[in-house]
Design a protein around this ligand. Structure first.
Ligand code: G
Ligand code: G
Ligand code: MN
Ligand code: NA
Length: 252
């Protein structure tokens, strides 16, 4: 009963779920999309975090299987809803090995046709945690962009990437890691890193999403520096599909 076999069984029994965390346009005060986050409701009410089982899947060579599952699940959950909500997008987390082949691009394109969802309604997050093999990854990233899916660098500021990588990867969106958002609107110089990242993103003409936003003071700080998009518990936690739909559709 190894972890590998437990994960395989959970995938086959379709026990893993996706939760959706709203992404807000703070200038206009509306929800523009959501990040899909895997959840494994495991044993006795406990939920196993993807921070644990995604690395396991990576180590065991199961990422392709897991990612296919996520794409299937996303369209089962929200495909029809997205077809009626052209201004709403879903952002998917991919692992480094997902960028080794263009296979996924065709799989997503197939779903889009089947559900009448538009390419701009899908975005792809590449984590900066761990190493991005830029020469190997760039062609597939560009193929995703050609297909109309914008690319976001996730957890920006925590990994090994540098300005040169950011430029060569030619991405569309930069997600500022929560650790740089936490100290905002407090005293001291700890806001300087966030200020720097925002300035850099603006000069590269990237969209910016602040992650882990928990207070109104942070929202106001970000608004003042020209950041348009936020994600965090101040607005909403990640929600199961029906709760996410209800949250988006709720009257003001
Ligand atoms: O919010 P949460 O604790 O669920 O996220 C933990 C980590 O798991 C995040 O770094 C997130 O990017 C990653 N993650 C969540 N869902 C997926 C997924 O579907 N695929 C991959 N590869 N990583 C995911
Ligand atoms: O690596 P990635 O950035 O994809 O992971 C996002 C993680 O951050 C998820 O685990 C998600 O549940 C968590 N998260 C999202 N918003 C907040 C927040 O406002 N506060 C805290 N503490 N965690 C958050
Ligand atoms: Mn992410
Ligand atoms: Na993220």
């Amino acid at each position: 009963n190894s972890p590998r076999r437990r994960l395989t069984r959970a995938l086959n029994k379709q026990q893993l779920c996706l939760y959706y965390q709203p992404i807000i346009d703070i200038r206009h005060g509306r929800c523009v999309g959501a990040e899909a986050l895997l959840r494994w409701p495991a044993f006795n009410g406990m939920t196993m975090s993807p921070a644990e089982f995604v690395p396991l899947a990576e180590k065991e060579g199961m990422i392709a299987h897991l990612t296919d599952y996520v794409v299937d699940r996303l369209f089962n959950d929200l495909g029809h809803y997205l077809a009626g909500q052209r201004e709403l997008y879903i952002s998917l987390n991919l692992s480094a090995t997902d960028f080794n082949s263009p296979r996924l691009i065709a799989m997503i394109a197939d779903k889009l046709v089947r559900y009448r969802v538009l390419p701009h309604q899908i975005k792809i997050e590449v984590t900066e945690r761990g190493f991005i093999d830029v020469p190997k990854t760039t062609p597939v990233i560009q193929a995703f962009r050609q297909a109309g899916y914008e690319i976001a660098i996730d957890d920006f500021g925590t990994g090994y990437s540098n300005l040169h990588n950011l430029h060569s990867l030619n991405v569309d969106i930069l997600k500022i890691d929560k650790s740089f958002i936490d100290p905002l609107a407090t005293h001291g110089a700890s806001h300087l890193v966030a200020e720097h990242i925002i300035g850099m993103a603006q000069s590269l003409r990237l969209k910016v999403i602040a992650e882990g936003v928990e207070t109104l003071d942070q929202v106001n700080w970000l608004l003042k520096r020209g950041v348009q998009f936020c994600q965090g518990w101040y607005f909403a936690k990640a929600l199961p599909p029906q709760a996410f739909i209800a949250w988006v559709d709720k009257p003001e």
